[in-house]
Write a protein that binds this ligand. Structure first.
Ligand SMILES: Cc1cc2nc3c(=O)[nH]c(=O)nc-3n(C[C@H](O)[C@H](O)[C@H](O)COP(=O)(O)OP(=O)(O)OC[C@H]3O[C@@H](n4cnc5c(N)ncnc54)[C@H](O)[C@@H]3O)c2cc1C
Length: 320
């Protein structure tokens, strides 16, 4: 029997949506291996958030402690590792968020576990779970077998459905022992925006070098559709928009219902971050631009002409 431990994450007292996708992956693993499902939430004052995780058929472990108030991987990893040992976890995983990507490898090292990152599916047959993960900017998918006793992984939230409701699990207090730390938490600077968070938005409007730094027409469309703004690396590198707008291999991976790419050529490194979107609309004045190969709808034209027309149509259509 292979028990499964999922590391969840809370922000401002709420479990992050990405964690529910990780828990969905955990449910798949537990079903497949016949193991029991556990989920751990670490932080300070996370009692209510921990309770909200109780309806997914997993035992919830709340590690609620002053020493865990900051999301420091160095402090959180020993608690995760100790819990994994205590419950006999074979699989230890999290969503590939900034927190998950920071914490999981540290916990894996403490557990002598091999690790697969950005996993998109569990492949293989029966008890042998292979971790499918993208390589070469998503051009190659590798099925990786982890041969250590404990196996660690992070999943791409966009590739797994959220956990489905299950039996109400017990919420237990996890043992917390934090050794002397070499890192110190200094501060957290939150980027405040009226728009939805890029990775959680239903609609994303992204701009590239073709915008020449003028994102106003994109902002108008994003606001008309209640969407978030994204960008190619070219737009970020030019200093036109903040780093955290970057979509792609070295940026964020998004899979909204609607992705609008305006003035973006469609380089593989960009496509790696958005090809899972349900509907892709490309606006580019070059009919040969590679983005049209993956677009569901392509508009060959100047974005400065096309976008205002689209905004007017959306506003007319929605009665604004
Ligand atoms: C290791 C590595 C990692 C990378 N990671 C990323 C990543 O995470 N994300 C990412 O995006 N890139 C990434 N890149 C960069 C990537 O290779 C491309 O250089 C980048 O995506 C190009 O951005 P772009 O499409 O905005 O610019 P360009 O390729 O220059 O395309 C601009 C497009 O705008 C069109 N255009 C121009 N004017 C207009 C107009 N008025 N109206 C309509 N269309 C117009 C042009 O026809 C053109 O197709 C990475 C590269 C490397 C090597």
């Amino acid at each position: 029997m292979s028990n499964v431990l999922i590391i969840a994450e809370a922000f401002k007292g709420q479990v992050r949506r990405a964690s529910l996708h990780a828990l969905g992956a955990g449910q798949q693993l537990a079903r497949r291996t016949g193991g029991t499902l556990h989920v751990v939430l670490l932080g300070k004052g996370i009692g209510e958030a921990a309770k909200s995780l109780a309806g997914y058929g997993a035992t919830v472990h709340a590690a609620d402690h002053d020493a865990l108030a900051a999301p420091l991987a160095e402090a959180h990893a020993p608690v995760v590792a100790a819990l994994a040992r205590a419950i006999g976890a074979t699989y230890v995983g999290a969503a590939a968020t900034t927190y998950g990507k920071d914490l999981t490898p540290r916990a894996a090292a403490l557990l002598d576990a091999a690790m697969a990152t950005e996993v998109t599916a569990f492949a293989g047959e029966g008890a042998t779970v292979l971790f499918r993960r993208p390589m070469w900017a998503g051009n190659v998918l590798a099925d990786v077998e982890l041969v250590t006793a404990v196996k660690a992984f992070t999943i791409r939230p966009t590739e797994y459905a959220q956990a489905t409701a299950g039996a109400a699990g017990e919420v237990k207090a996890a043992a917390v022992e934090v050794p002397a730390l070499k890192t110190r938490y200094v501060s957290f600077k939150e980027v405040k925006s009226e728009r939805p968070e890029l990775t959680e938005a239903r609609v994303v409007v992204s701009g590239g070098r073709g915008t020449k730094g003028d994102f106003k027409p994109l902002e108008a469309l994003a606001d008309a559709l209640g969407g978030a703004l994204g960008a190619s690396r070219a737009a970020v590198d030019a200093g036109w928009v903040p780093n955290d707008w970057q979509v792609g291999q070295t940026g964020k991976v998004v899979a909204p219902d609607l992705y609008v790419a305006a003035g973006i050529s469609g380089a593989i490194q960009h496509v790696a971050g958005m090809k899972g979107s349900k509907v892709i609309v490309a606006i580019n004045k070059d009919p040969e631009a590679p983005i049209f190969q993956i677009a569901d709808y392509g508009l060959v034209g100047d974005l400065f002409k096309v976008l205002p027309e689209l905004v007017a149509k959306v506003k007319a259509g929605s009665g604004h």
